[in-house]
Design a protein around this ligand. Structure first.
Ligand code: TRP
Ligand code: CA
Ligand code: ZN
Length: 315
């Protein structure tokens, strides 16, 4: 029988306890039985890139976009949901109507954990009509998909319940995520936190961490600090993505963002090696937001940071 590292640690600790029981203080005994969160796995960026290539192909086959109400959106939904179903998630396709077209959210629950303390991670899956939306927001969508698949591969047994979401019609004003919250009603009291990932592979990236909640912000900032990656406080994001309706509903929110429009200050320009006035993503909301419009290092770092955050926050 192979034992998980956690079981092995617990057994070693138990053995030590028996041997030196007389010498142990109560504090040490308590420490020995405390839950130590397992380290999150490294998420292969090649897998995230492969998903982005699939989303690009879907756009190519459907008029160049994956926008709400267009066939490329539903094809994106089918691709993501198929992978989650095969990995053992309990998935739900939540429908809504907007602008005379049917919209969809995908909700994917990992079985187990305390549902009264649910940790959610979400990304919008729709693009603008003008392009394939690979950085905005294939990047966040593929990033959380690969973290979800890692949860399955590792057989994660979280203390808190874990739910992933892919939102429809964000580009029309966070319609899908707002719909989800409307249907949830007072169910928001069971949400421990909501983490949002919108644009995490910008070509000239900054590492923005949402500053809305200190506990959630710290989990990300600590991870980037261990990698010696300087982060920036996300302030311009207020109200600009799917975390906004959660925040308005009183749910603690956090998240990552690698930049959309412009580097504003000389300080930022120096930090990210650009110039003030230069875009983080020159193809933001444009036809050139293709699979070439991705910084692999930012995508890799941000995806690994998401995995770490979910492992920590659900333990
Ligand atoms: N989808 C967002 C939008 O189109 C992207 C974005 C811009 C964003 N600024 C942000 C997301 C700040 C998070 C935080 O506006
Ligand atoms: Ca990685
Ligand atoms: Zn957008």
């Amino acid at each position: 029988m192979t034992r998980s590292p956690r079981t092995r640690r617990a057994l070693l600790a138990a053995g030590a306890c028996t041997a030196v029981a007389a010498l142990l203080s109560t504090a040490t005994a308590t420490q020995a039985t405390a839950r130590t969160p397992l380290a999150a796995p490294d998420i292969p960026v090649s897998a995230v890139k492969a998903d982005l290539a699939q989303l690009q192909s879907i756009a190519d086959a459907n008029g160049g976009n994956r926008a709400h109400g267009k066939p490329g959106y539903k094809a994106s939904v089918d691709y993501i949901k198929g992978k989650l179903d095969a990995a053992g998630f309990t998935t739900e396709l939540q429908e809504f109507n907007y602008g005379g077209a049917k919209g969809y959210n995908i909700l994917a629950d990992w079985p187990g954990g305390n549902e009264d303390q649910t940790v959610m991670a979400g990304a919008h899956l729709d693009s603008v009509g003008r392009g394939p939306g690979i950085n905005d927001n294939g990047s966040g969508s593929a990033g959380i998909l690969e973290v979800a698949l890692a949860v399955s591969r590792e057989g994660l047994k979280p203390a808190k319940h874990l739910r992933f979401a892919w939102w429809g019609a964000e580009e029309y004003g966070m319609v899908g995520s707002q719909h989800y919250l409307d249907t949830l009603g007072t169910g928001t009291s069971k949400l421990d936190s909501y983490l949002n990932f919108d644009m995490i592979g910008s070509p000239n990236p900054g590492y923005f961490v949402y500053d809305d909640d200190t506990r959630l912000e710290k989990v990300f900032k600590d991870w980037f600090a261990t990698k010696n990656i300087p982060t920036e406080i996300e302030t311009e994001g207020d109200g600009r993505s799917d975390h906004a309706p959660f925040k308005d509903a009183g749910v603690p929110v956090g998240g990552l963002f690698s930049g959309a429009d412009y580097i504003k200050t000389p300080d930022q320009a120096q930090k990210w090696g650009g110039t003030a006035g230069q875009a983080f993503d020159a193809c933001y909301h444009a036809a050139c937001d293709t699979s070439r419009n991705i910084d692999d290092t930012a995508l890799d770092n941000n995806t690994d940071a998401i995995a770490n955050a979910l492992w920590q926050l659900t333990s």
